[in-house]
Design a protein around this ligand. Sequence first.
Ligand code: FAD
Length: 460
Amino acid sequence: MTSADLSALARVLPPEQIVTNPSQVESLSRDFYWYSPVLKRELSSRVAEAVVQPHSEAQVRDVIRFAFEHRIPLTVRGAGTGNYGQCIPTQGGLVVDLAYLDKVLEVTPDGIARCEPAARLAMIESTARQSGWELRCYPSTWVKASVAGFCAGGSGGIGSITWGSLRENGTVHSLTLLTMEAEPRRIRLSGSEIFRVLHAWGTNGIIVEVELRLAPRTCWAQLAVAHDTYAQSFDFIEALAHNDSFQKRLVSNFEWPLPSHFAPLQKWVPAQKALAFIEVADSQLERLAHVATSTGGKVVFTAPWTEIRRGAQLSDYTWNHTTLWALKADPTLTYLQCGFSPTRFREQLRQLKARYGDDFLVHVEFVKSEGIYTPATIPVVRYRSDEHLQELIEVCLGLGISVANPHVNYLEGSGRWRPDDEKLVAKQSYDPRGLLNPGKMRGFAATLEQAAPNPPAIAA
Ligand SMILES: Cc1cc2nc3c(=O)[nH]c(=O)nc-3n(C[C@H](O)[C@H](O)[C@H](O)COP(=O)(O)OP(=O)(O)OC[C@H]3O[C@@H](n4cnc5c(N)ncnc54)[C@H](O)[C@@H]3O)c2cc1C
């Protein structure tokens, strides 16, 4: 940005809403990209030139008009808990920090939460619970994570054992966005239209409102069960996942030594055991404890499920939080995101363990994916070199295990991209100049290049 651009920006927002202090700009240009040694190397020097903090949708519009006119890249930020450097600006420009647009606007009597983009998921949950509802699914980062960040960057989490991933079952009822144009359009997408923007990393519109469908409120309980071997623990959670007589929000387990890294839980985590962490309807806790014991498991912890920060939450150790705890203990670890077969999990894991041993540590969060109970797996793996990591990915692929590669910083490489994706078509309409989070949707740049050697001319 030139000094003329900065002076023009000063006419768009009051000075207290424009951050130029280098250390603040740097921290607001970051997410959890450093889980990946590859991205850590590639992205550490990438920062915005300034950060803007709009306080209203009207101000977001003003920022868009300004950026479009001056051809300045905009990278939207919710809470910055994403992985893969999703909200790291790789081509400078402005970070648009939406943290001030954080209201839960309403919870309708038929169970839809209408929210501003940076409403925190934990806040939506508590608001919904007051009127008899709860979130269908949420990421383990729910205390901080924003609803639009979840829609643009996340995939599912606690609750997905019953409700599937975020993209399923109409859980995202609507997304309303502003386009990146001279005069931004306000577009409300619902039904299958949401896939134009869902999990698009903020590349094709700024989401200004989200409607989520909720589930009826349940009183939950938490349970941890230890088994001597990982195989026994997996048998137990797999059977539980398939047992529809139990109402569940979380069905997960960890092989040893992963539980040894859960520092705050060490007073009850038994050494050398595989652990299962479960959330089940409170009224079914006793029955589940009985089932667990009958499989040779030992119940080592039970507690009521409580809202944010009122007590221990087992979910704070699941999904990608497992990686965080392991990384705190051993910075040479990193992770993968693997799609094991629901029917061949044991054999696929056996082959990986035979080859990699403790360099491949598994934890599973069962999800109901398109109606099939599936072991979602984010293994903690040892980083030895880029080549070793790539070899591990290829070995997984060779065994029929899909990999959503978390060591790349563009949408198409991250494993949720389909070549005919409507996101690309949407981008051409919603962000014709390619100014939103540029570089993250590589197919778009290629289209521009093919269409004309001079991208700005065609984009305009
Ligand atoms: C420890 C840990 C555990 C995690 N566990 C899970 C999990 O269980 N499930 C899961 O799905 N994810 C998980 N994640 C990833 C992440 O926390 C979630 O996806 C979270 O919902 C992201 O929300 P955020 O507000 O932090 O988004 P950000 O990181 O701020 O943004 C994510 C992406 O969304 C875009 N974006 C943000 N706001 C908007 C907007 N208004 N309009 C358009 N684009 C926007 C950003 O540009 C970026 O590309 C985890 C990450 C960590 C570090």
